[in-house]
Write a protein that binds this ligand. Sequence first.
Ligand SMILES: [Zn+2]
Length: 317
Amino acid sequence: MAAKQRDEFSESIKRTTAERAGYRCSNPSCRRPTVGPHTVPDKSIKTGEACHICAAAPGGPRYDPTQTPVERSSIANAIWLCTECSTKVDRDPLAFPVDMLLGWKQRHEDLVRGETNGPSLPTIELSTVRGLLVPDGDSDVSGEDCEIFRDHILVFSNRHDIELQNIQARIQLPEPVVGCQLTYRPVGIEVSWGPERIQSVAYATGSGSVTQRGPSRPKRTQILQIERLSPQSNIELAFRTAKDRFHGLSPVFTVGSDPKDVNSFVLGTFTTSCYGVTQVQEFFAPIAYDDANRQLHAMDVYGDHTDWNVQLITEYL
Ligand SMILES: [Zn+2]
């Protein structure tokens, strides 16, 4: 007597699983399309399948005897994978446990949904340290140092499931930067950070001359470049600013105006490549400045700066 052994998905569940995945493999390190052209012009080819997260029959990968046949053949137990990944996850079920597959499915559906909901913006956190960061070994911190300097921590994170590439940001601060240090970066990722280069031009005629002396002044505007940020990774920078004693440009963050005036901010671009499409996306984060305590706070990150009246500061001697 051959009883029905396998709790298979209905055709409608298979199709819905595929459509919810955008006909892409749900494995985050694969995500290849599972439909495409056949060599015969009036045919297409489908190479994906609705796979059981917990096996359809006893003895199968990740089989769960506590599931009812209805649960086992429900869409909650289905994940869309390409043929290759489907074979891989079933051959080695210990390496691909239920929780992992459920996580893949969830994140993949979020990604497919997110494609129409807007860009995967980075997250920026900026805070001012209470006191000054001290290096290992001997160091002295005086009351005067604490009066003049402020140390800040900037954390730049990718909390999405898609890699952010070629991040370039202009960070305009209310105080000039006198030093900075990359305190954390993922292994092998190039990060550079330095003052914006400002071209000085000198012009003289006849017997006249122009003289410039002294060290270059610290700059308010820093350029940050991050080669790429993998999903769920971040970099952390510490930097020191000094009380600006050179020119009395007051920091502006006027919430009342519309569009809002802002002269402290992070403004940049990054690139994503998803499903073979490369996109350059802007991001913008105004920085709030507590003038009395000289503390910085990063705010929400926006996909553009059109709602803000961004005041670019160009520094001259
Ligand atoms: Zn795959």
